[in-house]
Design a binder for this molecule. Structure first.
Ligand code: UDP
Length: 239
């Protein structure tokens, strides 16, 4: 499978529809799959934190979530096909799961948020089989919850604990499950629960989703300073 390496992280170079087909077949083969959707913040963190870097090495797929990653790939002349936003991929996988009767587990966000997210997902996908849900304020080593999840045999597990906790959680527990696609979804439940608004499609099409988020959640400003630094590093490394 073709990959593009950006700051030591190997991104899978596929379009959204290709990823959906790949994941669809892996779910049906019951092949366990660890999916990371990585933005520049996550890549920068992995470059500072060896433990997290090592966790990402155990992922089966790392997807370019964030226009910064796509820009970086162009700078190094190995263009990634497109940005694959975790939220959009989750939406596509939920559609598949509903049509195919797959079992879904939702883990993450505040208790009230995950409840609202669950109801909104159910409204949009009435036939979807959500076998369980749990808020994300847990110890990443919480064994009781994991045993309960294993018993439910989910085909898809969406883990929204924010990075790095969601990837640590998946790495810690994936080995105990018999099957399933496990994907870190960051703040996606906040969007499903109506706590955070996704940027309007026009902003997304103009590659300005990051700006929309910055305006709506100014507290993210410090986190977002990573973006120009990330691009600078890529430029310097190219030389
Ligand atoms: N969160 C959680 N458990 C924690 C810390 C955070 O479930 O211990 C949730 C938080 O409520 C939010 C998500 O993880 O829903 C992180 O959202 P953020 O927008 O920071 O994630 P990003 O998409 O930037 O990774």
């Amino acid at each position: 499978m073709s990959t593009v390496e950006i700051q030591k992280i190997k991104f899978n170079n596929n379009s959204m529809s290709e990823f959906i087909d790949i994941f669809d077949s892996r779910i049906h083969e019951q092949e366990k799959t660890f999916v990371v959707t990585a933005n520049p913040e996550l890549v920068s963190f992995a470059n500072k934190e060896p433990k997290y870097f090592n966790t990402l090495n155990h992922a089966d797929f790392i997807l370019p979530d964030g226009i910064g990653v796509v820009i970086a790939s162009k700078i190094i002349n190995q263009p990634l096909k497109e940005r694959v936003a975790g939220f959009d991929l989750m939406g596509e996988l939920l559609k598949k799961a509903e049509n195919q009767g797959l079992k879904v587990y939702l883990l993450g966000a505040k208790e009230s948020t995950i409840e609202k997210a669950y109801l909104n997902i159910k409204t949009q996908h009435p036939k979807l089989n959500i076998v369980g849900k749990h808020h994300g304020y847990i110890d990443v080593n919480d064994e009781e919850l994991v045993q309960e999840m294993i018993r439910l045999e989910p085909d898809l597990v969406f883990v929204g604990l924010g990075f790095p906790r969601q990837e640590y959680w998946i790495e810690n527990h994936l080995g105990k499950f018999k099957k399933g696609l496990f994907m870190g979804v960051g703040g996606s439940f906040d969007v499903w629960g109506g706590e955070v608004k996704r940027a309007p499609q026009k902003w997304i099409d103009l590659n300005l989703e990051w700006l929309y988020r910055l305006i709506k959640q100014p507290t993210r400003f410090k986190r977002m300073l990573v973006l120009p630094r990330f691009i600078m590093k890529v430029l310097v490394e190219r030389k």
